[in-house]
Design a protein around this ligand. Structure first.
Ligand code: NAD
Ligand code: UD1
Length: 336
């Protein structure tokens, strides 16, 4: 593909893996990030893993002056838009920030892309837009009933992008709904580095195994699942990153908007993840059963068949690999 790929939020957990996957696939990635939830130290690691210099724009994605300058200064052929706020709990406390960054940021970016004549966009959405699913595995056609401020900002940004494409079919937009990304790059040079206490299962297991957190509270032992604990579709962050490279390739052949689930297509329970993690790290994870977490659902996992078919993409790294790579990253420090 001619031209560079701008990755907003490219210094973050998922964006950093996308930048490396793009570079390894022969693309020229450019990172735009305000470092509100990431560290500058990631940049030399991205350059080392990607094997090329990676231009960096330190800017807020809502800053239209900075965006305009970026599209003027670089020959950008497409955008992967990962910049956003993603904490479910924080979103309930700071709805203004979540709507402004997640929806306002997407509108600002689309406006400047339109000005610059850049039509190709891959958007980071989330399976959280589905809320409580009626049907498993969850297809893209399932009703959208997000249960949180965060989820509603993602649904609205999605609606906006589909509206753009309806009005102007020259847009080429892939909306990717991630299920539960986890794991790290096998080099242990990049990974998830939460600044606050991690809330998600796999980063928590890393901290507990390393002795940095006391024990896992398993949220519920009485869910209607095989072992009573919640079931999710964990996919390796590298598989997820490769899905973005595949989506950009798809958009070079196809105009319009496409909405796709990215997941393994099968679920693992909390206890299955705990056991897989224990095997990966060779240590016992201390745990207790606790009350259900408000807003949680019993189980969901993706129907990824549309992404398999249209993108020729499939998540292939299993739970053992996810746990082994997350643990390797933790042992390398687990932060920047
Ligand atoms: P992250 O916080 O690690 O990365 C987001 C990056 O965006 C960070 O580097 C942050 O500094 C940057 N950023 C935030 N606000 C910005 C702004 N206004 N301007 C410029 N940069 C800004 O999060 P992540 O896990 O890598 O998530 C990336 C995207 O994927 C987000 O849009 C998130 O909602 C979505 N997503 C994540 C998950 C997940 O489990 N991690 C699941 C589904 C969807
Ligand atoms: C959470 C978010 C979701 C977001 C996703 C990104 C909520 C309600 N949902 O989903 O919007 O898209 O992260 O990865 O926050 N668990 C425990 N103990 C813990 C932590 C988790 O038992 O300390 C269980 C949960 O109940 C769940 C599973 O582990 O069954 C996975 O939890 P988590 O990693 O937080 O992901 P989700 O709940 O799927």
């Amino acid at each position: 593909m001619d031209g560079a790929i701008l990755v907003t939020g490219g210094a973050g957990y998922i964006g950093s893996h996308i930048v490396v996957a793009l570079a390894q696939a022969g693309h020229t990635p450019i990172v735009l990030d305000d470092f509100s939830n990431s560290a500058l130290d990631v940049m030399p690691r991205l350059e080392a893993l990607g094997g090329r210099p990676i231009p960096l724009i330190v800017a807020d994605v809502r800053d239209m002056v900075a965006l305009r300058r970026t599209f003027h200064d670089h020959p950008i052929a497409g955008v992967v838009h990962c910049a956003g706020l993603k904490s479910v709990g924080e979103g309930e406390e700071r709805p203004l920030a979540y709507w402004d960054v997640n929806v306002g940021g997407t509108i600002a970016l689309a406006e400047i892309m339109g000005e610059a004549g850049v039509a190709r966009l891959v958007f980071s959405s989330s399976a959280t837009v589905y809320g409580q699913p009626d049907v498993l595995p969850v297809p893209e056609t399932a009703p959208l009933r997000p249960q949180s401020v965060y989820g509603r900002t993602k649904r609205t940004a999605e609606d906006f992008l589909r509206d753009l494409t309806r009005a102007n079919p020259n847009w080429r937009i892939a909306i990717l709904r991630y299920f539960n990304p986890a794991g790290a790059h096998p080099s242990a040079r990049i990974g998830e580095a939460p600044t606050a206490r991690p809330q998600n299962l796999v980063p928590l297991l890393c901290r507990i195994a390393a002795g940095e957190a006391p024990q896992l509270a398993i949220y519920g032992s009485d869910w209607p699942t095989s072992d009573g604990t919640g079931v999710r579709d964990y996919l390796h962050v590298q598989d997820l990153a490769e899905g973005h490279v595949a989506a950009l390739g798809f958009l070079s052949e196809n105009a319009g908007a496409v909405t796709l689930n990215l997941g393994m297509g099968r679920g693992s329970s909390v206890l299955e993840v705990v056991h897989a993690f224990e095997r990966a790290c060779g240590r016992r994870i201390a745990r207790v059963f606790a009350a259900r977490r408000p807003g949680d659902v019993a189980r969901y996992y993706a129907d990824p068949s549309a992404a398999n078919r249209l993108l020729g993409w499939r998540a292939s790294r299993d739970l053992a690999t996810i746990c082994a790579d997350a643990w390797r990253w933790q042992q390398a420090g687990g932060r920047y």
